[in-house]
Write a new protein. Sequence first.
Length: 320
Amino acid sequence: MARVSAGARLHVGFQNLSLAHERLYGGVGVTLAEPRVTVRAAPADEVDCADPLAAEYARRSCDVLDVPGVAVTVEESLPRHVGLGSGTQLALAVLAAVARAHDRDPQVREHAPALGRGGRSGVGVAGFEAGGFVVDAGHPTERFTTDRPADGEWTVPPVLARHAVPDDWRFVVALPDTAAGRSGDDEDASMRSVVERADPAIADEVATLLVRRLLPAVAAGRLEAFGTALGEFGRLNGAWYADEQGGVYRPPAGDIVEQLGDARAVHGVGQSSWGPAVYGVTDAGRADEARTAARTALDGAGVDGDVFVARADDRGARVE
């Protein structure tokens, strides 16, 4: 039997969404220690799993690993389509559990495309492998254009930079009770529209911000500088998505970002992926204050929701 547990991830944004540049996408994000997805697997003659999505990933995993079957149980799951990377982390956790149950090497980076993962951002795969704050190199623009290739016909983008996040840093996350973020065919259509219209000049601003401010701040452990740069990175990305999501941040994330950004305990407020998750950067000593500020921001936006505070995960997935 094998048991695999992986943390959620925040997706801060992409380095480029314009077809005018040589590389497309290039994800930036951070792995969280909590919440987590945890799956258990044991060898079997066929696929046996009560969770429909996990069962699909189990079937694909058995195919790519050339094993007969597996019994999979999902012990913990991430909220789906809220900006925490639930799909990729579940897929890779199932893949790794199936492989280990059959005494195989999971080779998650190699097999992720066959499970439909890593087709745009490589942050989820890199976070599963080793955690931390991750920047990936993106995909060659001539291969992806406005559509990604069919599942299995790409390679997960290589890691361009990875840094451990200081132990005392925390991420406060507000999850408003509102419509889920985009996924599947809806996400593909939205991304196609964004890429077709993306302003290439924004990518130049993003590149400068990443190299001169964001990466140096995390490398040097400068929380406030990191948070400020992270928030600006998200705002620049939001300009690409404004027509598709109804603003730089999708409603009601914009109201939550604005109010949480005024909190003294919080830096670097932004929207993760398509949302509705909103994050901010704080430290262990101000975690309670940041949590209260996030709840106040939800109230101010007129929505119910959940709030949690988590440290970064600098280890990646746990395989037992």
